[in-house]
Design a protein around this ligand. Structure first.
Ligand SMILES: Nc1ncnc2c1ncn2[C@@H]1O[C@H](COP(=O)(O)OP(=O)(O)O)[C@@H](O)[C@H]1O
Ligand SMILES: [Mg+2]
Length: 337
């Protein structure tokens, strides 16, 4: 009888540590997500992320998060075939914690180390969980606000923020108005109670957006005593409309038939509805990343680690420096055509 050689499955440990979240996850090469453990650093009320405090948080949680991810997957460390880590973009001190842990494990276990771009990982987990093939992507989080489509081996940027991100807008507004952290979900809850549209600046330049003027104007209104509910309502309405305008134009130009929303802000129901409506107008199907994976996690890193490794991407320990400013459109991708 001919012996059938079973191809061994690949198990990837993904480590995320770009900003507020230290996450670890194990994903198999068939796309099965075996575990997802996260510890989130919450800054003191009224303050933003303090990079070295966040890094200390990650240091203190790294061991338990990784052990829980292994246990959750029912695996031990020798079952891991690949170690993937968030290599950038992100906060240097935070990135270095994840990278150090990943290097140590890869060295000790003698396994390949795979550097992952965090923005790309948000897109790939969106693609995995929605089965889209060739989408226009709206990537919105605290670190990113970009409209992107794939072409010529890279995700090309069709529009992005010229200053702060959509997530930053909500987080900074929430911080100054003493709402809880992170700001996005708080602004969303408050906005549901408001209905009056306050006149605030709407800034779209070409296909780019700018949010810092909107933030300053909203905070001036807050100082004048405008009700917070109406301000949150207006902030969402105006900030989202700007992205929606740029997205609709990008859909019309690229003629993509799928729109994928991903990243932390993708959790916002109002934004989902607005994008769904313009997708319909442009004959595109609207998709949102699985709600469990809007925010940062080791899952997106582990899945991207599988894709990258299968396409020959690994890094030597001595070359594995973190890249705090690594842009999405600088990453060459060989697994998509
Ligand atoms: N429901 C929501 N509405 C709007 N913004 C949200 C919502 N949920 C989370 N966010 C925002 O998403 C951002 C976090 O995104 P995430 O991808 O987890 O992190 P990072 O920006 O570090 O990559 C924060 O700015 C947060 O306020
Ligand atoms: Mg993110």
């Amino acid at each position: 009888m001919k012996s059938m050689k079973r191809v061994k499955q690949l198990n990837c440990l993904g480590i995320e540590s770009t900003a507020h979240t230290f996450g670890a996850s194990i994903v198999i090469d068939n796309g099965e997500i075996c575990s997802d453990v996260r510890e989130i650093y919450i800054p003191h009320r009224g303050r933003g992320i303090h990079p070295s405090e966040a890094a200390q948080h990650h240091n203190s949680k790294a061991q338990s998060v990784i052990l829980k991810a292994l246990k959750g997957a029912g695996m031990n460390v020798n079952d891991i075939d690949i170690i993937a880590f968030s290599c950038g973009p992100g906060l240097g001190p935070c990135l270095r914690v994840g990278a150090t842990v990943a290097r140590a494990l890869a060295t000790y276990l003698n396994k390949p180390l795979v550097p992952i771009n965090h923005a790309l990982a948000h897109i790939e987990i969106g693609i995995l969980t929605t089965n889209v093939e060739d989408p226009l992507v709206v990537l919105v989080s605290g670190g990113h606000t970009a409209i992107s489509a794939f072409g010529g081996n890279r995700w090309r940027i069709y529009g992005e923020t010229e200053d702060i991100t959509l997530g930053n807008l909500f987080d900074m507004f929430a911080r100054a108005t003493e709402l809880a952290t992170p700001g996005g979900p708080e602004v969303e809850k408050m906005a549901a109670k408001g209905c009056k549209l306050i006149d605030l600046p709407y800034t779209v330049k070409g296909n780019d957006v700018a949010y810092s003027g909107l933030l300053s104007a909203a905070l001036r209104e807050y100082q004048k005593g405008t009700p917070l509910e109406d301000l949150c309502f207006s902030l969402q309405e105006i900030a989202f409309s700007m992205m929606v305008e740029a997205t609709e134009r990008s859909l019309a130009h690229t003629e993509k038939k799928e729109l994928l929303l991903t990243g932390g802000v993708a959790a916002n129901k109002k934004f989902q509805l607005m994008l769904e409506s313009i997708s319909g107008l442009q004959n595109a199907e609207f998709h949102v990343v699985d709600a469990k994976y809007t925010g940062d996690s080791g899952v997106q890193i582990a899945w991207n680690g599988i894709l990258a490794f299968q396409n020959g991407i690994t890094v030597k320990i001595e070359d594995s420096i973190v890249k705090p400013r690594w842009r999405l459109d600088q990453v060459d991708i060989s697994w998509r055509s």
